[in-house]
Write a protein that binds this ligand. Structure first.
Ligand code: AG3
Length: 281
């Protein structure tokens, strides 16, 4: 037990990422996926789903700030927010920092993920008692199918990779439903994998499918994420009758949220795609 490592192998990319672990804290097979939690030596606790790293204490702020704040500062007045996936509640916590938000519904298929977050990632769930937050455990695709048309301001897809339980969340039919349940001026954001590994495939296809689903504006924002494949990740924003290439810069400059990565300059910088991505997309 002295020299134990957790490794996620990215077989198709001939690479891997490892963390030195001191203890396995949880190992459950839920109805949907294999869930593990480890204590690591230098990254705090680590959550793994079906062998894929979901988050660590040390660096989840990068992903959670970047999936939440660019979308919420792009929308003119986000009041009604929906999160599909996100069972660890890290995204929910960032959304609840916005005073304009009146109601957030989080729909994750797997309650075990939230139970694990409650036990092993207390910092992520500490806003869950906010009266504006509603946690549901259900199929997100079905929920979106049944939601009322034009009823939502911001829709966040905080999913696993587009295989297994999350596959349907990257399909055109789903994106078309997402477009329908957003109000005009609504913004959708989806985690969209590695800029280095997936620009010419998953990201490119997602952007095409979003446009096909009716979104008039699409933007992919890259950001560092040390524990995911290639160490670099992205979110893709899509606007319904609004541009996602501009945002409420003044509000970003003035807010007093205690953020650790997202800033005015970070948002502007992320909107400026590196040439290799522009070519691949
Ligand atoms: N959701 C993005 C997980 C993708 C990571 N992929 C991988 N390790 N192969 C994370 C959920 C955080 N709320």
């Amino acid at each position: 037990a002295d020299n134990q490592w957790f490794t996620e192998v990215f077989d198709r990319h001939g690479s891997a990422f490892s963390l030195k672990v001191s203890e396995k804290l949880l190992d459950v097979q839920s109805a949907y996926q294999h869930l593990e939690v480890y204590a690591t030596e230098t990254f705090g606790n680590l959550m793994v789903l079906d062998g894929c790293v979901m988050l660590t204490d040390r660096d989840n702020f990068l992903y959670h700030e970047m999936i939440a704040h660019p979308a919420l500062f792009t929308h003119q007045q986000p009041e009604r927010v929906v999160i599909i996936g996100g069972g660890d509640c890290g995204t929910l916590k960032e959304v609840l920092r916005h005073p304009s938000v009146q109601h957030v519904t989080q729909i994750d298929i797997d309650e075990e993920v939230t139970k694990a977050a409650e036990r092993f990632f207390p910092a992520l769930v500490d806003a869950n008692d906010d009266p504006r937050a509603e946690l549901l455990f259900a199929d997100g695709v079905k929920w979106v199918d049944e939601a009322e048309d034009e009823s939502i301001d911001v829709l966040i897809i905080d999913s696993t990779d587009p295989v297994g339980p999350a596959e349907g969340l990257f399909k055109t039919e789903f994106l078309t439903r997402c477009h329908r349940i957003l109000k005009p001026g609504g913004v959708m954001v989806q985690q969209s994998e590695s800029p280095l590994y997936h620009s010419g495939s998953i990201i490119r296809e997602l952007r095409r499918d979003m446009r096909e689903a009716g979104f008039s504006s699409v933007a992919t924002l890259p950001f560092p994420q040390p524990v995911y494949p290639s160490g670099w990740w992205s979110v893709t924003l899509a606007g319904k009758q609004c541009s996602v290439e501009s945002f409420r810069e003044e509000a970003v400059a003035e807010h007093t949220m205690p953020l650790q990565y997202y800033t005015l300059a970070a948002h502007r910088g992320a909107l400026t795609l590196p040439p290799f991505m522009r070519q691949a997309l």
